[in-house]
Design a binder for this molecule. Structure first.
Ligand code: GLC
Length: 434
């Protein structure tokens, strides 16, 4: 073996070990994983779903525990909150004093992209201990079903096939340029005084602006003032968007849930029939997110009825939902080709030709490993091997050269935001384990 090849192998082994250690060090109460030490000291919903898949590579029981702990925070109405505050830590804002929400456990009052079914299906497929699989999955399936039911009923009360999001934080792509126009309409007149802590830990130039935070918190206050009543909020809020990210992830999650319901049969078949109905409705509705002019998928503003103009990395998530036609797929791949002419590492979170591109600012340009994981997986399903591999390789290179950062500059590769980040480390483990 050449020296170069040997060095590469030992580097990879070292990184693998580092990825495991990252999860172990970010583990709390042996039950859940915080995203990163200083910045995010609680359990985050979609972070945990990806992290559980990472745990599976070296500790199956701990992987299941991650999902069980997540669902321990589920509300009676079915919603799985975006943050669950299992322990008191005062280094994070906004914490329990702002949200004043949660039932069995304190939590935030909004949700996050529903990756749980996809994660649990992954655990089912890859776990060695099949007895444990059966026991765990039978308990989780009804809970996951109820969380999807919440999306389909409370967030799509007219059953049109596209679910609404009420808050940028709910999309997981907090400060994406896609939310700019809708946020302009959010009233900040009654905003209570607050102090951000994130900007004391990370360069403020890499984080959302104060203008955005004022609106994020005004929305939280509005929800709290209405006791998190979904129907009331649905009727009055000015921020109501069918996010192409959430809708793609939910459709994929429904497909994964259906496979598990049919395999494990936790009931008389009613849940599977219901899920089939959701899938059908979603598949029909997806065409509303396609823009013939830009030849891309967009978010839909449900208040104005208009498609939101930005094209972001979420435009490729319909691949993950297996809802892209041959023709649409060709155009989406052409976007990736064109984007790659001006960036080094795919996939930037905003169209790199967009004047709002900001390579270092959170969701306005940087590359995120978890989004890459979903896009690469989707492209593979679609049969686009070349781009799927390119995205996987780019992500691996970023991690090898810059560690398990929260996000990366798509031009220089620089690792930004939090360090030793759980879901980034998990993606390394997942891909190494393939
Ligand atoms: C940020 C991200 C969000 C993530 C959270 C914890 O808020 O935008 O997607 O879940 O951090 O990592």
């Amino acid at each position: 073996m050449s020296q170069q090849l040997e060095d590469m192998k030992s580097d990879t082994a070292a990184l693998h070990e580092k990825a495991k250690q990252t999860l172990i060090q970010n583990s709390r109460m042996n039950a859940y994983t915080i995203p990163s030490k200083n910045l995010y000291p609680f359990q985050w919903n979609w972070d945990s779903c990806f992290t559980a898949m990472g745990w599976l590579q070296f500790d199956e029981e701990r992987a299941w525990k991650e999902m069980e702990t997540l669902f321990s925070g589920q509300w009676k109405n079915g919603m799985v909150p975006h943050i669950i505050f299992h322990e008191m830590v005062d280094s994070y804002f906004p914490g329990t004093a702002v949200w004043r929400a949660g039932e069995k456990v304190d939590s935030s009052g909004i949700s996050q992209p529903p990756v749980a079914a996809t994660s649990v299906r992954y655990l089912c497929d890859k776990a060695q201990d099949k007895e444990m699989v059966k026991a765990k999955v039978m308990a989780l399936l009804p809970q996951i079903f109820e969380s999807h039911q919440w999306w389909h009923n409370d967030r799509d009360p007219e059953h049109k096939g596209l679910v609404a999001t009420f808050h940028p934080w709910e999309t997981g792509r907090d400060n994406s340029a896609e939310w700019d126009e809708a946020l302009e309409n959010v009233c900040t007149a009654r905003l209570e005084e607050y102090r951000r802590l994130d900007v004391t830990l990370i360069d403020p130039e890499h984080r959302p602006s104060n203008y955005e935070y004022d609106r994020y918190l005004s929305l939280v206050q509005l929800f709290r003032d209405h006791d998190y009543d979904q129907k009331k909020i649905h009727d009055i809020t000015v921020f109501k968007i069918a996010d192409v990210g959430i809708n793609s992830i939910l459709l994929r999650a429904n497909r994964d849930l259906l496979v598990m319901l049919e395999e494990f049969k936790p009931d008389d078949g009613w849940m599977a029939e219901t899920v089939k109905g959701w899938i059908e409705r979603q598949e029909k509705a997806f065409s509303r997110l396609w823009n013939e002019e830009t030849k891309a998928f967009h978010c839909l503003d449900l208040v104005s009825g208009e498609l939101i103009k930005e094209v972001t990395s979420a435009a490729f998530l319909p691949f993950f939902a297996a809802v892209v036609s041959k023709e649409q797929g060709k155009h989406l791949v052409a976007h990736l080709d064109k984007w790659s002419e001006v960036i080094e590492y795919a996939v930037p979170s905003l169209d790199p030709y967009d004047e709002k591109l900001d390579e270092k600012r959170y969701w306005r340009g940087p590359v995120w490993a978890i989004v890459n994981y979903m896009i690469a997986d989707g492209l593979q399903l679609f049969g686009e091997q070349e781009w799927s591999e390119r995205i996987r390789n780019d992500t691996g290179k970023l991690m090898q050269q810059h560690g398990f950062a929260e996000y990366y500059d798509p031009k220089t590769g620089e690792g930004l935001g939090g360090i030793d980040f759980s879901w980034t480390a998990a993606i390394w483990l997942i891909w190494a384990g393939l």
